[in-house]
Ligand binder design. Structure first.
Ligand code: EPZ
Length: 426
């Protein structure tokens, strides 16, 4: 297992290109199971989560080739196996997003329940509710979801749960409905940009989807879909992470390939605490030259403040001027970074799904443990400003969602070294 050794105290400067969105690429790759003929997917990031889904899709009969320009050519050549095995899905929860496409295209799917993870339970009851509404017979067998349907039939489906809608649940139902007979209406659909990106790919393959990006999505069933070229949208969470890196180090960074319209809540919050965020040719420039103000953040479904930036903003607010409050409304247990940030000298007080952050003048470097993907990124951000050296262990969590994070931060002036466990133990 690798670790990152970070020497704090550098103000980041320069330019970084934001990659294609992991959370858009995953359901888009899964949706290729619906298609006849090849798709060529561009801007798919080179991440371990993507590699795991490639392995799963190959087991499900996909032929996948990495092209010279970095794009992925995906063609389904064999439909004999429709079982997404536990030891692949447990490594990458988003494997659940093959369920809807497999069921719609092959009338049968066996997909392992994803199980819990570092940020809490990951139920799929809304996925199951939606597919049953389309006429699927769904049973649970040995930890697997077994779904059957001779022909899916369009329906009116409400996808709201206690924590709002479901991103991958909306993806699964939208995919399944593209080949259903008649019209499907999803009420309380997820509005995240990744869902819209998936809908754009499905429509490019011949689907008839409208309303994507709003809580009411309408899908007219069609006879079939044809693979096509598609470019995945920029990763708004990676962009938000690098924006915080610029802000927390009082630096000035230009981000290329950013859709600021996908990041309004985070941008609004950065500006409100004193960070300069300016649109600039296909991206944005983020700069801060002073101590930042405290603020209050509550995570919500899009277009509200994204839960996937909660940990990164907590790291930023640990050195703000005054007391901040963060409330997590999507994954109430998503606070594994609290104990680790406290090891770096942050003053945090957790009360249930709310954390009070007493801003400090500085953080102190220390060894810390990565946990979930975004908590790990928060620890790297804190290490950039910690006095002395911060060692972030179990960096594989970060590699799931950030490509070559230390190389790209070092290109902006950071001082980060990646070492493996043997080197660490000497
Ligand atoms: C997606 O997960 C993202 N992952 C997550 O990003 C992100 O945090 C999450 O959406 C919320 O925005 C991918 O896209 C691969 P949900 P997803 O279903 O779809 C509850 C990252 O860091 N719920 O929208 O699995 C659920 O417990 C990852 O990149 C049910 O109750 O999340 C949660 O409280 C982490 N029943 C809320 O809804 C269900 O059937 C939102 O979950 C499904 C979900």
């Amino acid at each position: 297992m690798d670790s990152l050794i970070i020497d704090g105290g550098v103000r980041l400067r320069g330019s970084v290109k934001i990659n294609g969105s992991k959370n858009a690429a995953l359901p888009i790759m899964a949706a290729s199971l619906l298609a006849d003929g090849p798709s060529v997917l561009r801007e798919v990031p080179n991440l371990s989560d993507i590699h795991h889904l490639v392995a799963l899709l190959k087991e499900l009969g996909a032929q996948i080739e990495h092209q010279a320009d970095g794009s992925l050519r995906v063609e389904i050549v064999d439909s004999a196996n429709s079982h997404a095995r536990y030891d692949l899905v447990r490594k990458m929860r988003a494997g659940i997003c093959v369920l809807g496409p497999l069921l719609a295209k092959r009338r049968y799917a066996r997909v392992s329940m994803p199980g819990g993870c570092a940020i809490g339970d990951r139920p799929v009851d809304l996925h199951v509710r939606g597919l049953r509404a389309l006429g699927a017979d769904i049973q649970l067998d040995g930890g697997d979801i077994v779904a059957r349907a001779d022909k899916l039939v369009g329906a009116e489906i409400f996808l709201g749960g206690n924590f709002g809608s479901t991103v991958l649940g909306t993806a699964n139902i939208m995919c399944a409905a593209t080949l259903a007979r008649g019209t499907t209406v999803i009420e309380c659909a997820a509005c995240e940009p990744e869902v819209s990106d998936l809908a754009h790919y499905l429509n490019a393959m011949g689907a008839k989807i409208t309303g994507q990006g709003t809580p009411r999505v309408v899908i007219e069933g069609v006879e079939g879909l044809t693979g096509c070229p598609y470019t995945v949208a920029p990763d708004r969470i990676e962009a938000g992470t690098f924006m915080v890196a610029a802000a927390i180090t009082n630096g000035e960074v230009h981000l290329e390939n950013v859709r600021l319209d996908h990041l309004m809540a985070a941008t609004d919050k950065l500006r409100s605490i004193g960070v300069l965020v300016e649109k600039a040719n296909g991206g944005c420039t983020v700069a801060s030259a002073r101590r930042l103000e405290a603020t209050v953040i509550t995570t919500q479904p899009h277009p509200g403040f994204p839960t996937d930036l909660q940990a990164q903003f907590m790291a930023l607010l640990t050195i703000a001027d005054g007391n901040s409050v963060i409330t997590e409304k999507i994954f109430p247990d998503r606070f594994l970074h609290v104990a680790e940030l406290s090891r770096l000298g942050a003053h945090l007080h957790k009360e249930g799904a709310t954390v009070i952050i007493e801003g400090q003048k500085r953080l102190e470097g220390a060894p810390v443990m990565a946990s979930d993907l975004r908590a790990s990124a928060a620890l790297v951000l804190a290490g950039l400003v910690g006095r002395g050296t911060t060692t972030v262990n179990r960096v594989y969590h970060i590699d799931r969602g950030y490509e070559r994070i230390e190389e790209r931060l070092n290109a902006l002036g950071a001082k980060i070294k990646r070492i493996n466990q043997q080197e660490l133990e000497g």
